[in-house]
Design a protein around this ligand. Structure first.
Ligand code: ZN
Ligand code: ZN
Length: 447
């Protein structure tokens, strides 16, 4: 059994299947992670070692120039057969992970192709992750910017029929993150990767709320791994802000550790809480309004500051104050009954409300009784207030998160991000329904 002391390292976990103190057996399907200067040149060597002789490199017009052509040459020089698939931009001059590009890639996956290589950012990874999984090909990752923790993950968030859903796919077999490339990536993408990591302060606290209030399964190892990944980023914020190779190494290691922690537990709980729900809600509304997408990590960073505000407000409440706030809500009837939740979901989600109702277990009979758990929750919050408060007090103050983001050059508020006050208000009301998962947004409804 590997020990929790190794939680801050990547290599010990690669290719491992191991029993954990949480009672589950975890396995990490990633076999290799190279985070170095010149990592690109390692890819053909690894492919040869694994006897993959026919590769398909997937890029867009930007990442083709940044890394795609160079990788193609490296593969050809090594005697491998490699073909390029250059995904074409949409009307915003971007790539979205939707049906259009999925089909474009599928058409290039000919029978001899053995491995598909994502050369680019998170979106290209998600498209390749899905197609490699569906066509049963190996999947390699070449990140061209340290912008998200999703390179290593299993789920592919795809936009299907205008609705974003995370479809189970596979993690990459190997990751080749070239520090020279990453150091050249655009500043906003570096800041976005940092923002995605800062969101772990609030996602980890949200998981703890789930444990305290609902006895939700919890894995100390996954938590520790995410924490250490976060610490690598926060402790090296100056280097990351400067875009140095050291900074890129630490950020990429942090993102990879966060990805591995999700692989360990088989879900995104350690890495995604209320801050991600807020971000997803904004994204969904942007898609509905046909607006240009914002960077995932930029949204998550600003949303984490907002979540830290909620945590701060809740942590300030004494047990008496919390009990009084809950009693006042109950007396005035201002509580979220299933009927009221259904109403809110219909108001907040428009054409995709049915999917969101299903996610929240609310698609059934509107007259059905309130679940036992909901009835007991207010009392439980009061009874367990000390533990709840301790979790809330563990989140750094919002000003500290905002300062860290500012240092790296990321937006710190919804306004700086370009999210209007009305949308922010809507999201604070409706975003908790994005996932049926307990977060500070849900707790805050009582207080
Ligand atoms: Zn994220
Ligand atoms: Zn575990």
């Amino acid at each position: 059994m590997l020990s929790i002391e190794q939680a801050g390292q990547i290599d010990p976990w690669l290719g491992q299947t191991l029993p954990c103190a949480c009672g589950k057996t975890h396995s990490v399907s990633i076999r290799k992670a190279v985070i170095e200067r010149g990592a690109l040149a390692e890819l053909p060597r690894y492919a040869q070692e694994r006897d993959y002789r026919d590769l398909l490199l997937v890029a867009d017009r930007r990442t083709l120039e940044v890394a795609g052509r160079e990788l193609l040459q490296l593969c050809e020089a090594a005697g491998l057969k490699a073909d390029l698939c250059v995904l074409t931009d949409d009307e915003h001059g971007e790539i979205a992970a939707d049906e259009r590009v999925i089909v474009q890639l599928l058409l290039k996956v000919t029978p001899p192709v053995q491995a598909i290589v994502a050369v680019g950012s998170g979106t290209i990874h998600d498209v390749v992750r899905f197609v490699a999984h569906k066509t049963d090909r190996a999947f390699f990752s070449v990140p061209t910017a340290p912008s998200v923790d999703g390179f290593a993950s299993v789920g592919a968030p795809l936009i299907v029929g205008g609705f974003k859903q995370t479809i189970p796919a596979c993690a990459p077999e190997a990751i080749f993150a070239d520090l020279t490339l990453l150091a050249k990536s655009p500043r906003p993408m570096i800041a976005a990767g940092f923002g995605d990591m800062l969101g772990k302060y609030t996602s980890l606290a949200d998981w703890q709320l789930g444990r305290v209030l609902f006895d939700e399964p919890y894995c100390e190892l996954a938590v520790e791994m995410t924490r250490q990944g976060l610490a690598l980023c926060v402790d090296n914020a100056e280097e990351i802000a400067a875009g140095s190779e050291l900074g890129m190494r630490k950020l990429m290691e942090g993102l990879t550790l966060s990805g591995i922690s999700m692989l360990l537990v088989g879900h995104s709980r350690p890495a995604s809480g209320g801050e991600h729900h807020l971000s997803h809600y904004w994204e969904m509304r942007f898609i509905q309004e046909r607006r240009r997408a914002l960077l995932h990590g930029a949204k998550v960073g600003a949303a984490a500051v907002k979540m830290a505000e909620l945590y701060e407000a809740v942590a300030a409440l004494s047990p008496e104050a919390a009990a009084a706030a809950i009693a006042a809500r109950q007396a005035s009837g201002d509580v979220l009954t299933p009927a009221r939740m259904r109403e809110q979901i219909r108001a907040g989600y428009g054409s995709i409300a049915d999917q969101v109702l299903a996610e929240n277990g609310l698609s059934g009979d509107a007259g059905a009784a309130e679940p036992q758990e909901l009835q007991e929750l207010p009392q439980r919050i009061i009874e367990r207030w000390d533990a709840v408060r301790a979790v809330c007090g563990s989140v750094p103050p919002p000003a500290q998160l905002a300062e860290a983001l500012r240092r790296v050059g990321g937006p710190t508020t919804a306004a700086e991000l370009g999210v209007e006050p009305e949308l922010l208000q809507d999201s604070l009301r409706y975003a908790m329904y994005v996932r049926n998962r307990y977060t500070i947004i849900r707790l805050h409804q009582w207080l």
